[in-house]
Design a protein around this ligand. Structure first.
Ligand code: SF4
Length: 315
């Protein structure tokens, strides 16, 4: 009997240790890397504190986020690193390399406060997925009265999104691919489709209603899709899927600004800008599906002018 009790206790201690060990692994995105970010880094390259590449008033997001010409703009915080390493990333310099200023959670909270005090329309967290827990910690320290925008590549952990429920007001999410083979090829993201479908449903549970007041989104979801050259079939399936999941009242942002960047030159089929006919095909499909809210970029936006300069010292 005594031996049995000792064995039971030992098994319990072993299980507890195993649980603590497993919990120390990062689960902030669906990759579930087997790393403790206090000691090393996983796929995204992020440590357990934030790194920020730029803080700016952003005027080129969707009008419901950036406001009009007379507004201060969206208070954008560009986080370094990314859990999607898209070969064509428009922010390649900050997503693929270890750059940016390190920042503890309390400092991040002060950035929120400073942006708010300087008239930002919202706090726009650009590529936040791998820092979701730091963002929650910072929002516990200081919660601005302006909307918190979660501006994500769409490869989020459903569990983390549930945790973000009371912290995020607007989900500005990409839906990049329908075909998982493309997600693997260009973003090294397995099961992208299954994951984004789950994420969209959770975002909708977190924010059941889209609320736009005086032309600015206060609560809700905007789904972005960047059309890739030679992949309009995939774009059409993405639009169909958005309608299936969220309906035709969804705020859609159809982006045609693709310019080959980063390692896109290694992939012949995406090593060019979009052709007018490709753009027209996807845009017509969007209209055919009956979406009534949203934004369509004109082809002229496909210029590097709209990529923030991460080299400047004016941050
Ligand atoms: S956030 Fe980074 S370290 Fe954590 S699971 Fe995702 S890729 Fe891995």
């Amino acid at each position: 009997m005594g031996v049995f009790l000792i064995f039971k206790k030992l098994a319990k201690i072993f299980l507890m240790c195993y649980y603590i060990f497993m919990e120390s692994f990062c689960k902030q995105c669906p990759r579930h890397c087997k790393v403790n970010r206090k000691e090393s880094v996983g796929f995204c390259g992020a440590k357990n504190f934030c790194q920020i590449s730029k803080v700016m008033f952003h005027h080129w997001e969707e009008p419901v986020i950036s406001g009009g010409e007379k507004d201060a703009g969206s208070g954008a915080i560009f986080f370094s690193h990314c859990n999607l390493k898209c070969v064509y990333c428009q922010n390649y310099e900050i997503s693929h390399f270890d750059v940016g200023k390190s920042c503890i959670d309390a400092e991040l909270a002060m950035i929120f406060r400073d942006l708010e005090q300087n008239g930002a329309l919202n706090i726009n967290l650009v590529t936040p997925t791998h820092y979701a827990q730091n963002i929650i910690n910072a929002l516990k320290i200081y919660r601005p009265k302006i909307p918190i925008v979660y501006n994500t590549g769409g490869y989020d952990s459903p569990e983390m999104l549930k945790k973000l429920k009371n912290y995020v007001d607007v989900y500005l999410t990409d839906f990049k691919y329908y075909d998982n083979a493309l997600a693997e090829k260009y973003s090294s993201a397995p099961k992208y489709l299954e994951n984004i479908k789950k994420c969209l449903r959770i975002m909708r549970e977190n924010c059941p209603e889209d609320i736009v007041e005086n032309g600015l989104m206060k609560k809700g979801i905007i789904v972005r899709h960047l059309i890739l050259p030679n992949h309009t079939d995939d774009s059409i399936k993405v639009l169909d899927e958005i309608k299936n999941i969220l309906g035709e009242k969804t705020y859609i942002s159809l982006m045609s600004q693709y310019t080959p960047h980063g390692k896109a030159c290694d992939f012949e089929e995406i090593n060019r800008k979009l052709k007018p006919l490709e753009y027209k095909r996807v845009k017509n499909h969007l209209i055919k599906l009956g979406f009534i809210n949203g934004f369509v970029q004109e082809l002229e936006s496909a210029t590097e002018e709209y990529i923030p300069d991460f080299e400047t010292k004016e941050n």
